[in-house]
Design a protein around this ligand. Structure first.
Ligand SMILES: Nc1ncnc2c1ncn2[C@@H]1O[C@H](COP(=O)(O)OP(=O)(O)OP(=O)(O)O)[C@@H](O)[C@H]1O
Ligand SMILES: O=P(O)(O)OC[C@H]1O[C@H](OP(=O)(O)OP(=O)(O)O)[C@H](O)[C@@H]1O
Length: 221
């Protein structure tokens, strides 16, 4: 680490759904920077007074930036951590961004038990989670990786099953899909690079404690 790296705390925030709640949470603790907004096109935004640097990443790439130390800490969904399996510390469950990873099928294809879906094709943005899940259940499937609009897969005959995130259930419903199993729930997590956690321990520890106090006081309201 250079002395400039040591001086700054670099925080990775993901584009997408978690950006705004993540920036708002940190902002309540004075951990922010001018111009840090969802609409900004800037990928690195610094607060020279507080010595904080924000980097804005693609959601799925965020754990990679933290693993390699390009960011000291970051905020990311548990679903991405489980999919990417990076070597980072998971410090805190931030409680927002709640959703569930589920297995869903078209209503018309619904079977009695999960094993009845053996040898079917599974469309998903989360191939590692899907693979591990079906493997753990002893069910052989073919995993087809997509990058979004997963619900389209079964509608056009690309796959019979999907593994995807559900929040309100509206997307499943509007595409005539039904949930048949939950793999795991997910919320946003605070993660840290292993070396940064040791080298910048006082700063990261203080932030963790401040976030915990804030979450506790908000939960008590
Ligand atoms: N309804 C939801 N659908 C998807 N993710 C959700 C939902 N609610 C909360 N999340 C959380 O938000 C994270 C980011 O979701 P988002 O859809 O913005 O991902 P993304 O990969 O940035 O999207 P894109 O495919 O547009 O790049 C997810 O990893 C998950 O932890
Ligand atoms: O249960 P709901 O509230 O309907 O939310 C779930 C939907 O939201 C996400 O998609 P997103 O909007 O991120 O688009 P994507 O399919 O392109 O990833 C997810 O993949 C589901 O499709």
């Amino acid at each position: 680490m250079t002395s400039s790296d040591m001086e700054y705390l670099t925080i990775a925030l993901p584009k997408g759904k978690l950006f705004t709640p993540a920036a708002a949470l940190l902002g309540k603790l004075g951990c922010t920077a001018e111009g840090l907004s969802e609409n900004s096109r800037k990928l690195v935004i610094s607060n020279e007074v507080e010595k904080i640097r924000f980097i804005i990443t693609k959601t799925a790439d965020l754990p990679t930036y933290v693993e390699y130390g390009a960011a000291d800490i970051g905020i990311i969904g548990k679903d991405v951590l489980l999919e990417e399996s990076k070597d980072v510390y998971e410090l805190l469950d931030l409680k927002f961004g709640y959703c569930r990873m589920v297995v869903a099928v078209p209503q018309a294809l619904k079977q009695e038990k999960l094993s009845d879906y053996a040898h079917m094709r599974v469309a998903t943005k989360y191939p590692n989670i899907a693979e591990r899940y079906f493997h753990s259940m002893g069910i052989q499937t073919e995993i087809i990786k997509l990058n979004g609009s997963i619900e389209l897969g079964p509608m056009v005959g690309l796959a019979e099953i999907i593994v995807d995130l559900v929040e309100t259930g509206r997307t499943l419903k509007e595409n005539q899909l039904v949930e048949v199993a939950q793999i795991h729930p997910a919320t946003a997590r605070l993660i840290a690079n292993r070396v940064s956690f040791k080298m910048k321990f006082p700063r990261i520890e203080k932030l963790v404690e401040d976030i915990k106090s804030l979450l506790e006081s908000e939960a008590g309201k």
